[in-house]
Design a protein. Structure first.
Length: 403
């Protein structure tokens, strides 16, 4: 499957100029781009909006069953992307058909039962605690000291983890999601923590997400539930942290938002939606596997080929974004939460939105004269093709007392 002009899915340009990189890929290769993963493993990156809609809307032809992959014989046991592209992982990500629909319902019901006012209360409490720790300094890095610490603390509370487990879960999740040398160790820590919590809740149920999933009558094993909880934690934490960071960056650097930075809640919602179109936290997702030979975007796709979902590339497809400079307003037709039966469950989207919006509003309420402390062009992203979050967001403000 390897083509001579395949593009390595790595390198500094994902950190410095991802939007331009996707434009060049589309110009040179079209809507479906041959790419190389770590170790020169071949795959296809789907950048076209229409093509991505086709792939995510046909779960039979483009399956989530990773056993179909035609590259497994060449994948080493220590491949750093294994936490993201696993084999025989008994999680919701790799389940297909009716069994997947049952699992999605179990996850959705467990999250649907979260009380929205309680969720916001948890988010406000943890956000205020984090601001209390930095508000007297007059300067802070809102990524390391705030955005990267908030979502997992809220999610851990919803699941039933004790608060003191939060920091360790943050480190493990970030290591795992970065897909680098500490990825497998991060995955092991998360699995160990989740296993202990499941054992505790099996003996002593409580009013939390884990207990509700254990009580579900669909007959899923403890290992399957633990895998789903890990998927939910990973998918809920890092993208939400990046949603907070990217939205704050936009509000602090873009003239369209700067004037309304301190003016009401409407501008927060607008900035958050703009980020989902222009700077989505989850840039690319692995993936789907072709169940048989087919054609897509003028490319011949062979049975077992891996297709990566280019969410950011599709969101900026000029065929659907004819005026990329215009504000997106209330248009939610982006791919940032996926599409089709494997999209992010709606209750999970709502949880992420409440955490992100609360996190942004608490910053603006508590630090009213906040400003960027470095030139906007010096801000950089993590060097990951998967998640598009900032490495740091240094700000300054008038010191204020803790609550």
């Amino acid at each position: 499957m390897t083509t001579p002009d395949a593009v390595p899915l790595s390198g500094p340009r994902f950190q410095t100029e991802p939007a331009r990189l996707y434009r060049e890929m589309r110009r040179d290769h079209g809507a479906v781009v041959p790419v190389l993963l770590d170790g020169d493993v071949p795959a296809w990156l789907v950048l076209g909006y229409r093509e991505l809609h086709q792939v995510t809307g046909d779960p039979v032809l483009f399956s989530r069953d990773s056993d179909l992959w035609n590259q497994w014989d060449d994948i080493p046991a220590d491949w750093p992307l294994l936490p993201m592209i696993g084999r025989k992982q008994p999680s919701i990500l790799y389940t297909v058909g009716e069994r997947h629909r049952q699992r999605a319902a179990m996850v959705g019901d467990a999250l649907e039962a979260v009380d929205p006012s309680e969720l916001r209360r948890h988010a406000e409490r943890f956000a205020d605690e984090l601001i209390d720790a930095l508000c007297a300094e007059g300067e802070a890095d809102l990524i390391a000291q705030y955005a990267m610490l908030l979502p997992v603390r809220v999610l851990a509370r919803l699941y039933g983890f004790p608060d003191e487990d939060g920091p360790g879960l943050v480190t493990a999740l970030n290591d795992m999601i970065d897909g680098r040398e500490r990825a497998l160790a991060g995955q092991a820590h998360l699995a160990d923590s989740m296993g202990r919590l499941l054992a505790d809740r099996t003996k002593e149920p409580a009013d939390d997400v884990v207990s509700r999933m254990l009580a579900d009558g669909s007959g899923f094993s403890g290992e399957e539930i633990a895998q789903d909880l890990m998927v939910m934690m990973a998918a809920g934490h890092q993208p939400t942290a990046d949603w907070i960071g990217n939205s704050l960056r936009l509000m602090l650097t873009d003239d369209r938002f700067a004037a309304s930075l301190f003016g009401g809640r409407h501008s927060v919602a607008e900035a958050m939606n703009e980020v989902l179109w222009e700077d989505t936290p989850t840039q690319n997702v692995a993936g789907r596997w072709a169940a048989r030979d087919t054609h897509l975007g003028g490319r011949r796709i062979r049975a077992g080929d891996l297709l990566l979902l280019g969410l950011q590339g599709a969101n900026s497809d000029p065929l659907v974004r004819t005026d990329a400079s215009a504000l997106t307003g209330g248009n939610n037709a982006h791919f940032s939460f996926g599409h089709g039966e494997h999209r992010c469950p709606f209750p999970a989207q709502e949880v992420a939105e409440v955490i992100a919006r609360t996190g942004i509003e608490v910053v603006l309420d508590r630090l009213p004269d906040i400003d960027l402390a470095v030139p906007a062009e010096s801000l950089t992203r993590r060097p990951s093709p998967w998640l598009g979050g900032l490495t740091r967001l240094p700000v300054r403000f008038t010191p204020v007392p803790a609550l």
